[in-house]
Design a protein around this ligand. Structure first.
Ligand SMILES: *Cc1c(COP(=O)(O)O)cnc(C)c1O
Length: 367
């Protein structure tokens, strides 16, 4: 028995013909950058979110970087974000010359805690950057209240949460912008790198369109210094094929999560969906005091599992000297207790049962 964290090949088998036909058409067309598939995909993602604009970019990291640039955040500014996440958002804050300010997270949702945000606001704070970690929506009511009270922008990192909902509303539509990644293993992933920014704001939209293309409206005129950060036609076409299926992919993930909860919810701490939230389970991340024991047992049984994330960002060497020395006890605890289990739409019920049995066995042996 071998169970991986994700299985991109079996998903590909389901959509193979459609993908290959489309790629062939694009190769024949000779149009590879900013063509009709990118425009259509942008229109479809905007429609999916019920928002006005979407801008395809080269990656999720670039979506965050270009958003910070578009909002004019830079030298001397502070951006409040989570220490319990992938590094990209905090990195993007440093790219524009601003300072990431890490505040602690909620032990149940793993997401940034609005109460902690409030304590760290200073006159330099310009923006709050929550991450909807593992597909679980961050506490957007609390975050948006603070943002409006202090006049701050909000950038949502939705890289792990395409399709997730907070009180019936899609994540990415609360802040000034929502940023997505289409890295292959994300809930909506392409076959390379890709990203997107969504917004309701026509001025931000215009800026983002220029920023992704060297600050140029065309004709070799350059209004400001931008980047080369474009989504390409082949990736956009693949994403259009998968976008049609995203709700069913996410629902499958939710069914897998329900089954995990039924099988091991009594013996380890499982993610719980609070009322009004729709989690899309980019990861199914459990907590257990001796998670290394579970991890080792799974490994011996042919089951992959990963610690997302073993080190809080505030403890990463990369930020040494850039951030204040902080005491973030919840993040410290989570880095020691979390373990992400295999979850993907194609994961079979019998595989989930097998994984659950391995976990039960490792715990009963230890007791
Ligand atoms: C994957 C990811 C990113 C970065 O996306 P890329 O497309 O890999 O650049 C940003 N934030 C989070 C939370 C992610 O998981």
């Amino acid at each position: 028995m071998k169970i991986p964290m994700v299985d991109l090949r079996s998903q590909y088998r389901d959509i193979k013909k459609e993908v290959e036909d489309t790629i062939k058409e694009i190769l024949e067309s000779g149009q590879f950058i900013l063509g009709p598939h990118v425009r259509e995909f942008e229109r479809e993602v905007a429609a999916y979110h019920g928002c006005k604009y979407a801008v395809g970019v080269a990656s999720g990291t670039d979506a965050l970087h270009l958003s910070l640039m578009a909002l004019g955040i830079g030298e001397g500014d502070e951006v409040i974000t989570t220490p319990f996440s992938f590094i990209a958002a905090a990195e993007a804050i440093v790219y524009v010359g601003a300072k990431p300010v890490f505040v602690d997270v909620d032990p149940e949702t793993f997401n940034i805690d609005p109460f902690e945000i409030k304590k760290r606001i200073t006159p330099k704070t310009k923006c709050i950057l929550p991450v909807h970690l593992f597909g679980m929506p961050a506490e957007m009511d609390g975050i948006m209240d603070i943002a409006s009270e202090y006049g701050l922008n909000v950038i949502e990192d939705c890289a792990q949460a395409f399709g997730a909902e907070y009180n019936g509303r899609k994540v990415g539509t609360f802040g000034s912008v929502g940023c997505f990644s289409f890295y292959p293993s994300k809930n909506l992933g392409c076959y390379g790198d890709g990203g997107m920014v969504i917004t309701e704001d026509p001025i931000l939209y215009e800026k983002l369109i220029l920023l992704r293309n060297h600050g140029s409206p065309g004709g070799y005129r350059h209004i400001f210094i931008g980047r080369n950060s474009r989504l390409d036609e082949i990736q956009a076409a693949i994403l259009r094929i998968k976008l049609k299926r995203i709700d069913s992919y996410n629902n499958r993930r939710r069914a897998v999560a329900d089954l995990y909860r039924r099988l091991i919810g009594e013996i380890v701490i499982c993610p719980e969906e609070k009322k009004g939230l729709k989690h899309v389970y980019h990861q199914f991340t459990i907590r257990y005091r001796d998670r290394d024991m579970i991890k080792e047992k799974l490994e011996r049984s042919g089951v992959s599992s990963v610690v997302y994330y073993p080190i809080g960002l505030h403890k990463q060497e990369a930020f040494l000297g850039l951030i204040d020395d902080d005491n973030l006890p919840v993040t410290e605890m989570l880095t020691k207790e979390v373990l992400s289990l295999p979850i993907y739409p194609e994961l079979k019920e019998e595989d989930v049962t097998y994984i659950a049995d391995c976990i039960k066995e490792s715990i009963s042996v230890a007791i």
